[in-house]
Ligand binder design. Structure first.
Ligand SMILES: [Zn+2]
Length: 85
């Protein structure tokens, strides 16, 4: 599948190796069944990026408040099981 997107991280074009800055409009190529994405700059794709691409959405890092462990991890599993022979 090919679609135009604004990338949320710095990438490189897969054809010419040009550095693509975060927020740049690039052609993203995905293949069904594969997680890897290919990026193409406007020059290599031979197409014009649509001017109405949505901007990159800032995502804050997921943070969870710290909580105490419910059960402490035993120092030695043999002693914890009573098989210390
Ligand atoms: Zn390129």
């Amino acid at each position: 599948m090919r679609e135009w997107k604004r990338i949320d991280d710095n990438e490189h074009c897969g054809m010419c190796g040009k550095k693509l800055a975060r927020g740049a409009a690039v052609l993203v190529i995905t293949i069904d069944g594969l997680k890897r994405k290919k990026f193409r700059c406007e020059e290599c794709s031979g197409l014009q990026a649509p001017p109405d691409l949505p901007p990159v959405i800032e995502r804050s890092p997921m943070t969870k408040p710290m909580q105490p462990l419910k059960r402490a991890i035993p120092r030695d599993f043999k002693i914890a099981q009573g098989n210390n022979k």
